[in-house]
Ligand binder design. Structure first.
Ligand code: GLY
Length: 420
């Protein structure tokens, strides 16, 4: 069996790692991959934002399954093109990826199907957006409608910040993604991610996880792609988990009613409000870094789960999970999420993995021709520890973090602390 994983972050390293544990012993390829996937798969250098490149590669290198990590190629129709080429794909076609590709589309879908979420309006003119903001006041959330590499969302506690965020979108900083601006009510409460495998009929939820979006300890500093994550989430009651699961099921039922054939991961980003969980956003893919704590606890063979998802026979699968806890700490380049240096040598990963239960997933790393492992991105490594309790997983993760070094390395010291 041959499987191509598209992407090159910590999420894809975690996916490749879980696939490499499969009893099917697949030959794995990762496009473009990173310094970590290179140890488990053949890295295929390529520009993945152009689906045609991937299709050409697959035509010359037949595979049994393509697993798509990031949203970009899904939104531009990679799964549609793979379907035409007759290649099973884990990841939705463009119509399903629109749940992430257009925030307004997702909001309007939720309204049509009575799915709990914040009230929202879409605007394609600055004057109308400003008039709405004047009337609404702060706090309020301003979002670029389209994909903006995680940078298009502003939670504004002052009206002036909300206007500035809308202006940045309309000024073209996010290109087409900012041509429509979605303004929504601010939801109060802790966030929780619940991802589910779905083939458009069956919905199999994974373990809930809590990401830490802000750059600095105490949820201070700018928003990032995610600085660390843990599972389980003790603040999620069994009632809240059941409600989140029911919301994902209703979402997939709604997709079916609207003729959307969704196969892959449906990611529900929830806020646990006083009135119960509400959807903050959907993503059409695995979360990053959520995947880095969820997949290490999956006992079911991931190849079986993904093939069944792609072939619409997920009802044959039962997911089994370890009872352990997992914590993942993101080690980032100094300056991230703003400018940062790259090509800085990384040391200590082997020593870190000597700590019991620890795996270091690579995100922004590359191996130079000399064989030196260097930084190549904002989020560099995800130090993930599995242990019988969250407290022990935290201790192990941070013990491992202390063994790793690269110039100007930054990380949060409070990942998972709230849960304790
Ligand atoms: N952890 C946030 C995301 O994957 O979008």
């Amino acid at each position: 069996m041959r499987i191509l994983v598209v992407g090159g972050g910590g999420r894809e390293h975690a996916i490749v790692s879980a696939l490499s544990r499969s009893a099917h012993k697949p030959d794995l390829y990762c496009m473009p991959g990173n310094g970590g996937t290179a140890m488990l798969a053949v890295n295929v250098p390529a520009e993945i934002d152009d689906p045609a490149t991937i299709i050409t590669w697959v035509e010359n290198n037949p595979v049994d399954l393509v697993v798509v990590g990031p949203e970009g190629p899904l939104v531009t129709g990679l799964a549609n093109m793979l379907a035409v080429a007759g290649v099973p794909c884990f990841g939705p076609k463009a119509a399903g990826a629109e749940f992430e590709g257009s925030k307004l589309f997702a909001k309007q879908f939720m309204e049509r199907h009575g799915i709990p979420t914040a009230k929202a309006e879409g605007f394609d003119s600055k004057d109308e957006a400003f008039a709405y903001l004047e009337e609404h006041g702060a706090p309020v959330v301003v979002k670029a409608d389209g994909l903006a590499a995680g940078k298009g969302v502003t939670v504004a506690f002052e009206l002036s910040d909300a206007k500035l965020a809308a202006e940045i979108c309309f000024n073209g900083d996010f290109g087409e993604a900012g041509e429509v601006v979605v303004i929504e009510d601010y939801l109060e409460g802790p966030e929780c991610s619940l991802l589910a495998f779905t083939d458009g009929e069956t919905v199999l939820p994974m373990l809930p996880a809590q990401d830490h979006k802000r750059a600095l300890d105490g949820d201070a500093g700018p928003n990032t792609g995610g600085m660390g994550v843990y599972t389980p989430v003790p603040s999620v009651s069994s009632e809240a988990l059941a409600e989140m699961t029911a919301i994902l099921e209703r979402t997939v039922a709604g997709m079916r009613e609207e003729g959307i054939d969704y196969r892959g991961v449906l990611y529900g980003g929830f806020v646990l409000t006083a009135e119960g969980p509400k959807v903050l956003e959907y993503n059409a893919r695995f979360g990053d870094p959520e995947t880095q704590v969820v997949l290490p606890l999956l006992k079911t063979d991931l190849v079986d789960v993904m093939m069944a998802t792609a072939e619409k026979r997920l009802s044959e699968i039962t997911l089994e999970w370890s009872d352990d806890a997992a914590v993942s700490v993101v080690l980032a380049s100094g300056g991230y999420p703003a400018d940062y240096e790259t090509d800085l040598p990384i040391t200590g990963i082997e020593a870190a993995e000597q700590v019991e239960g620890v795996t270091v997933f690579h995100a922004g790393t590359t191996i130079q021709e000399s064989g030196t492992l260097v930084t190549s991105g904002g989020r560099v490594l995800n130090v993930t520890a599995v242990a019988p309790t969250l407290a022990e997983a935290r201790t192990r993760a941070y013990e491992a973090v202390e063994r790793i070094d690269f110039l100007a390395m930054q990380y949060r010291t409070d990942i998972g602390l709230k849960a304790l």
